[in-house]
Design a protein around this ligand. Sequence first.
Ligand SMILES: Cc1ncc(COP(=O)(O)O)c(C=O)c1O
Length: 468
Amino acid sequence: MAPDPFDPRAFRDLGHRLVDAMADHLAATSERNGKTLALRPPDAMLDSVAPLGGDGGGDLLGLAQRMLLASNRLHDPRYMGHQVAVPRPELALLEGLNALLNNGMAVYEMGPIQTAMEIRALQWMARKLGMPAQTDGVMTSGGSLGNLTALLAARQRAADAWNHGGDRFCVLVSSQAHYCIDRAARILGWGEGGVVAVPVDADFRMRTDLLPEALASCRKAGRIPVAVVASACSTATGSFDPIDAIADFCERESLWLHVDGAHGAAYALSQQMRPLLAGIERADSVVFDAHKMLQTPALVTGVLFADPAACASVFTQQASYLFSKKAADEWHNRGHRTIECTKRAMGALLYAAVATLGEARLCSDLERGLALARALARRVAESRDFELAVEPQCNIVCFRHRPEGLEGEALDSHNRRVRQALVDDGSFYVVQTTLPRGHFMRTTLMNPRTTEADLDAMLDAVRSAARG
Ligand SMILES: Cc1ncc(COP(=O)(O)O)c(C=O)c1O
């Protein structure tokens, strides 16, 4: 007889062995032995994974071991790359529980406690941001989807495009905004003119003095402006647009204010950083990713709407197999408010992060990343062979290696080559971006295990790659 796939004893046994393997992985990362990156050329990696088909019978534990060996190690203190949380191990376990329960969240009946946890997690986010008490929202799979959801609501306030269509809309946004805003505008059918880029100042913040001109150009092109999007912060340099000044402009012009706080909204927990978010409490909508700065596994995004009616107005549809009333009358049926139907129970992860770690701990980890960013910026600024792109406003630092005599394209290719050598070696993960002044390496310091000694080692590794 075939073994019962739902046999609790077999599951317990496999679970213990799987947790042991994950714990060994964590141990290896804390000792900084092995590589941070497990990169191989994409073709070689694809060849190493057999095509699918056949009768199954594979060994799950063996597969897990292979995944552990061939994956990037975010928990290694030398991981300083993209803005993806180094997840708290206990929250990763909870994600496993989520997967086992598989309580989808289109309607309350499908995920009862998950719905309640999502609501509480959203209320917590709104409270931390100082948004109005009646703020409503929804959780989505990532900031990109969250920004699209918010822009759908903004458009709906400007005109009933949900029912009547229309492609002559646009949003005003800093030239440094994340690409997902432009993508959202194109998905909405607004085409190339759907985003009007407002220039930035020397610190890469939106120049609010240029907003009237941008608005005029939008209207001159026959477009209906639906919103101004403030970045809090921008992706490349971590720059915070002046939200209060943007909110004043939106108020004067009756425009929707959306804040893309995917990365930086979490700083609402920090007294030290709160001033950079001044004005976020006046936003019509905010996107806030917990899977960036709040240590949850991806993806966990809150999309918050100051006006609950706006939140409920985004998707107006009949679906008698799910909904029996209008969105406004069914706060508990989350599927009314999001593109997703079956939805991961992501609220549970943020709920658990706050309930178990507490705000003070989350805040001290955020401020630790900030202190590390400042320490790195100081080291870079004080050294003769490095250059800082801009004084960091948060935990994102852009810098480049600058040997004497190299300028322009030669300096850019030098930095591209050095970073590639670093990635090929795999000990440190540092990413990159191109700014008006040239090509820079980029780090996001949000790994709670990274120390100043790791920063020194990383700069040394850059120097040694440069020599190589
Ligand atoms: C400012 C900003 N907005 C949106 C996103 C996209 O978020 P996600 O990767 O969760 O879709 C990012 C990602 O880095 C970001 O930095």
